[in-house]
Design a protein around this ligand. Structure first.
Ligand code: ZN
Ligand code: ZN
Ligand code: FE
Length: 768
């Protein structure tokens, strides 16, 4: 039997994530001896034992690592055998000047939950219980190195008991920077009708009572405030919608636990794992017809965004308060604490001001939030993660790039904004910042850029923006460039989408045939793009449009975005269909509006030409009578997808591929004929998904033949549509082609900044 010893050095986020205990358990499992420890930038391990077990150890180090660990690289080298007789964790070493990766926030761990529920524990019902394996991180850090004085916990000096735990290498709270207890930690308090309630139990009783009575409570969480109400109370839900000025956009819910979530939704094995993931994202799940939540939570759609409690305060909200006769809630609406279109409230005074007309009760605490961070939103598609919004629990973890490059600031898009900073081979994407339409949002963007450039120690060598001159982020980048002298680069929207997909797969430097389908993006000609087939690479700067959807008109430009009924009329016009009497879209539009739209379509005045796939979905939704006006982005398309999922069989529809275009006439006339002969709209909706997917695949196949590309990428907001994504991808199953979809950053504009950053880095390295 050969015995060998290896030294392994692991870089990445491997601290404060339970990595060393995992290493010790793994070594034990495999009968290996040695030690492990950490310095500021790495975990180092020495193990010895049977060669086969050592190899197995190296393999499982990556595959079985704890959920919050991010291994950037691991190097292994053989060293002389020393004959250790056990495996132990040794003391930390400090490397002066090292810049660690910042950990994201981590949901309360099982050990802390046990203490929270244990009347004999000194942290029984303590709303801030945390340890090395859990608690706030990113949202409390004001500076690096990550030590208590550089967090918002600096205001709470440790008591003697907490200090002893903090200093004891054998304790679960060893070097846990936010550690605290009821004696030394922050406190919760409530404000009801202008008067303040103190004392944990009194505060929780007040909040639970208010929720039971149908009132709206603003709850301070990890990254900001939530607006909360009882999910089973339709009046409370409607009140919240009215006060928040958010008529239709789905609300997320938080359930007491996994079994409460399972009463609402179907949950597969991978979905259950993601719900319980330490990042505690909102997960989009299929709603059961028996779910006892108000219909107003997600009108018109069959998915429900569900998350589990992730702070001790959340857990206490769902637990009966001692001495109180109020039943704790099972399911709560939890939506971002802001007015529609404004940034998230994360400061007590700001919340008191901006949420005063929405919330009846405030449940707050005196721990400051250093960096606001919205909840993340994920879905599972074909057993894998599909990110919809990458934020809390993931930010500020880097996406690792294949090579070292310059320091870049990429400012992202206009809606669902994130920005991205690069340093060495890391790309740090910001938390979700939302729509940049308001001044407040732009101010929040500015603050966040300042915080993160400081935290990551980045001095940008270039600032990258979308080519669209109307984007506020484009204006901001121009001003930034003027002020600092840092060169401004602009990148075409869909080029950035494809680059983002390539970057997350480590494929910068290769060639990808990218299908970029989204709402709208500034094109390279006079049309608004959004249904594009782009060949990108092998140089990431090189892009060529090799196909697109047939252009059609958007009468009134942005007005058409809010009114899919106008897009429906435009599609009919484009396809020369004049016999439109009785069609749902024609019935739904007032005569005067229809006349105005038709004269615009005739003359072309006030019309923008577009190839947008998102608008095509909108137009079809209106043609089929699903949705004629929208109050949130992609509403019509989302409802069309939901309807399509209810169909048993697709209606037989088809779409022509001619040269480099997906042609509309056959598709639109097929939809009209289907409506006329009484085909159910659901079958037509599903048939449309099939027809567009088949035609898209056909267009890609032609481009594959013409270009020799063998990797296909699916990106853009339309690929949040899981039905469509699956149908498109199915065309290349067992074909030998590699089909890329998003798993790390969203396919929508939230992922755009990553693509901008890698293009900006390549352009900067090439030089002017
Ligand atoms: Zn813990
Ligand atoms: Zn204490
Ligand atoms: Fe886009």
């Amino acid at each position: 039997m050969t015995v060998e010893r290896s030294r392994i050095t692991v870089h990445g986020v491997v601290q404060g994530v339970g990595f060393r205990p995992f290493v010790a358990r793994l070594a034990d499992d495999l009968g290996l001896h040695g030690h492990c420890g950490n310095d500021d930038v790495s975990v180092f391990i020495e193990i010895e034992g049977k060669s086969a077990s050592v190899s197995e150890f190296v393999r499982r180090l990556r595959t079985d690592a704890p959920p919050m660990a991010v291994i950037v690289d691991a190097t292994t080298q053989p060293v002389p055998v020393r004959g250790d007789e056990s495996f132990r964790i040794i003391d930390s070493r400090h490397v002066p000047g090292a810049r660690t990766l910042v950990s994201p926030d981590v949901a309360t761990c099982a050990d802390c939950l046990r203490e929270l529920a244990d009347p004999h524990d000194r942290r029984f019902r303590h709303p801030f219980v945390n340890c090395t394996n859990c608690g706030p991180r990113f949202t409390v850090i004001t500076d690096l190195p990550y030590d208590r004085p550089n967090t918002t916990m600096a205001e709470f000096p440790l008591c003697a008991k907490c200090l002893a735990e903090y200093r004891d290498p054998a304790d679960r709270r060893f070097h846990a920077q936010p550690v605290c207890c009821p004696d030394c930690g922050p406190h919760v308090f409530a404000e009801v009708d202008g008067h303040r309630i103190d004392g944990d139990d009194a505060v929780l009783t007040a909040a639970q009572g208010a929720l039971r009575d149908g009132r709206i409570v603003a709850v301070k969480g990890l990254g900001g405030f939530h607006l909360v109400c009882d999910a089973a109370d339709p009046t409370a839900v409607e009140t919240l919608r009215a006060r928040k000025h958010r008529p239709d956009k789905p609300f997320a819910v938080m359930t007491a636990d996994l079994s409460a979530a399972a009463e609402l939704c179907e949950i597969s094995e991978p979905e259950s794992a993601l719900l319980r993931h330490a990042a505690r994202p909102i997960l989009l799940l299929h709603k059961k017809s028996t779910a006892s939540v108000a219909d107003g939570i997600a009108p018109g759609i069959d998915d429900l965004g569900v998350m589990l409690p992730y702070t001790p305060l959340h857990h206490l909200l769902f637990t009966r308060t001692p001495g109180s006769d109020v039943d704790p809630p099972r399911v709560l609406v939890m939506t971002s604490g802001n007015l529609s279109g404004e940034p998230l409230c994360f400061d007590n005074d700001d919340a008191r001001t901006r949420l005063t007309d929405i919330a009846d009760v405030f449940l707050m605490h005196d721990r400051r939030i250093a960096v606001p961070c919205e909840d993340s939103v994920l879905a599972v598609e074909a057993g894998a993660v599909l990110p919809i919004r990458r934020s809390r629990g993931f930010a500020p973890l880097p996406v690792v790039l294949p090579a070292h490059g310059p320091e870049i600031l990429a400012v992202g898009a206009e809606i669902k904004n994130t920005f991205c900073l690069t340093r060495q081979d890391y790309a740090f994407c910001s938390a979700h910042l939302g729509d940049m339409g308001s001044l407040e949002s732009q101010r929040a963007f500015e603050t966040s850029v300042r915080q993160l450039t400081h935290l990551h120690g980045i001095t940008p060598e270039a600032v990258v923006a979308d080519r669209h001159p109307g984007y506020s982020t484009h204006h901001w980048a121009r001003r930034y460039s003027d002020r600092t002298g840092v060169p401004l680069l602009t990148v075409q929207h869909h080029h950035a989408h494809v680059a983002s997909l390539m970057a997350e797969h480590g494929l910068v430097g290769t060639t990808v045939l990218g299908v970029a389908f989204d709402g709208t993006g500034y094109g390279c000609d006079t049309t608004v793009w959004g249904g594009e087939l782009l060949l990108v690479g092998p140089n990431i700067l090189d892009t060529r449009r090799v196909g697109h959807i047939q252009p059609f008109s958007l009468p009134g430009g942005d007005a058409a975005v809010r009114n899919p009924v106008r897009v429906a009329l435009a599609l009919l016009h484009e396809c020369g269909i004049t016999d439109v009497g009785g069609l749902p879209c024609v019935e739904a539009i007032p005569t005067s509006e229809r006349a105005a739209v038709e004269s615009q379509l005739q003359s072309g005045l006030g019309c923008v030409r577009t190839t947008s796939a998102g608008r095509l979905f909108d137009g079809v939704a209106s043609l089929l009578g699903v949705r004629h006006r929208v109050t949130y982005e992609a509403q019509a398309a989302i409802e069309l997808e939901a309807l399509a999922r209810t169909a048993l069989h697709p209606a037989p529809l088809a779409m022509d591929v001619e040269n480099d275009q997906l042609r509309l006439p056959l598709l639109v006339s097929g939809l009209v004929a289907g409506l006329r002969d009484g085909t159910p709209p659901a079958a037509l909706a599903l048939g449309f998904h099939h027809a567009l997917a088949a035609a898209t695949a056909g267009l890609v196949d032609r481009a594959v033949t013409a270009t020799g590309a063998s990797t296909i990428g699916l990106t853009g907001g339309v690929f949040q549509n899981r039905l469509f994504l699956a149908l498109v991808r199915a065309h290349w199953e067992s074909s030998g082609y590699r089909v890329l979809t998003h798993h790390r950053v969203p396919p929508n504009d939230g992922g755009l900044s990553l693509g901008q950053a890698v293009i900006g880095a390549a352009a900067t390295m090439r030089g002017p």
